[in-house]
Design a protein around this ligand. Structure first.
Ligand SMILES: [Zn+2]
Length: 113
């Protein structure tokens, strides 16, 4: 399970950061997950629930911020944020090309004490 190893790495990062800041408890973790990152947010949440017990994050909540990918339409010239890969513009049917974003998988923020 891909998400389990990703979450293991994220938890290590969070705990290292907490330790460096002299914190003993982690209350909240926020992650940014791009629409094209190949990561299933629900699987990430499940991995978090599995991994957090017995750690300083045992009582923590995980928030996942979904980041859309931006597609550019050659037909109407619009930039459209989309949650999945589309080939035709939903507005004019023109061809879409990926303009950026959507591949994020990162720790955005955390609350510790
Ligand atoms: Zn269009």
């Amino acid at each position: 399970m891909h998400e389990l190893s990703l979450m293991t790495a994220a938890m290590e990062q969070v705990q290292a950061l907490a330790q460096r800041n002299g914190a003993t408890r982690i209350h909240r973790i926020r992650m940014r997950v791009g629409a094209l990152s190949g990561v299933v947010p629900e699987a990430l949440e499940f991995a978090f629930e599995t991994l957090k017990s017995g750690t300083p994050a045992a009582e923590a909540t995980l928030e996942i911020e979904r980041v859309p990918a931006i597609f550019h339409c050659a037909g109407c010239g619009k930039d459209l944020p989309l949650e999945s890969v589309e080939f035709d513009c939903p507005e004019c049917g023109g061809p879409l090309t990926l303009a950026g974003g959507g591949r994020e998988l990162e720790l955005a923020d955390m609350e510790i004490s």
